[in-house]
Design a protein around this ligand. Sequence first.
Ligand code: S3P
Length: 433
Amino acid sequence: MPELATERVIVPARNIEGSLRLPGDKSISHRYALLGGLAEGVTRLTNFSTGADCASSLGCVAALGARVERKQDGTVEIAGVGGRFRETGGELDCGNSGSTMRMLSGLLAAQAGSFKLVGDASLSRRPMERIRKPLEQMGARLRLTEGHAPIRIEGAALTGIDYATPIPSAQVKTAVLFAGMQAQGMTRVHETVRTRDHGELALRAFGAGLERTKETVSIAGGQSLRGIDAAVPGDISSAAFFLCAAALFPGSNLIFDALGLNPTRATLLDVLTALGAHIGVLNLEEKHGELVGTVQVNAPPQGLGGTTISGALSAQLIDELPVLAAIAPYTQNGIRIRDAKELRVKESDRIALVAGNLRAMGAEVEEFEDGLDVAGGQALHGAAIDSGGDHRIAMAFSVAALRAQGETLIRGAESAAISFPEFFELLESVAER
Ligand code: S3P
């Protein structure tokens, strides 16, 4: 993984042009790493995420007895434990990764033994009650620290439950399914807003049976997993920074090969289309249930229009909202975001940081408990950006900086390595000056 400087200067660009192949999707890499760790046999993964978050998932399954090897060519090989994790006396370090902590808790809830999960300062502030409730209903015991990590899990023989997720969360849904697959009887998760379905697709890929209707996923207990060979699709949430950057420059042309296009993740393409950008999709293929394809983006000559993102859309775009808000001043009619309160409990309070940083660049922004109003037709100037140690904030404002007057300093730029260590290098490779 490249060592990233803690501060980066972003110089405005004239245009964005090029072709990119991005490292593997973070959500899929986590799920393949965790299930590969538990499965019987060997899992071989190419284009695995290069981010520190997915390395945390690999580190945890290694500590639990799986043999994990990263080959010279980047392939990750995991020899799984065959259904039973080893109890470790030590702590399972989830780093900055909420996905690791929440989804691994689902797997460990059904495992004999006692496990302690810890995370960094940011992860230790994030809500964990949302997994404690369903996993305790199933029969495990989870001791939190005032609703947060560190988490102490006493695994147990679990019983299936019917669980309606109170907030849309793919992490919670996946944690319950991961526990349910090892429980006795059926587990059903009901979600009114359909969240990303990589957990369901990964379970199927590893050989577990499950059923999905419009709002419910059902999984029988007592199932075992077999290792897989897979190429992880490029990360569309990482592509989002480049898609939004390209959408800002009339005359831009950017192509992504082998990009993950799972419909529960590709909402950004609809939003950019609604804003007026031209998006083309070619060479669609399905791999282990995941759609992969080539995407081309061109900006509209007249500039981007405006839009409102609310309701189910906000949940489906949750990781892309910071960059959409960061480019909103450059649209004609602005972007309004609502029903996105979850942004306040991500790696940082993303609503507060987006508003603060947009203001630092000279924009007018209105902040709401569950969103933001960013008017269009605003010019921004370079400024010192506080990323708050949050990878998506650092990257979002690097994109905003491309169209600002003057240079922008990104503080805490090294946080990009949480999901996308190659970000700055690739941004330089497509930015024309
Ligand atoms: C993720 C789900 C989302 C997202 C996170 C990854 C996943 O979180 O923000 O980056 O892989 O399931 P929630 O499901 O908690 O909203």
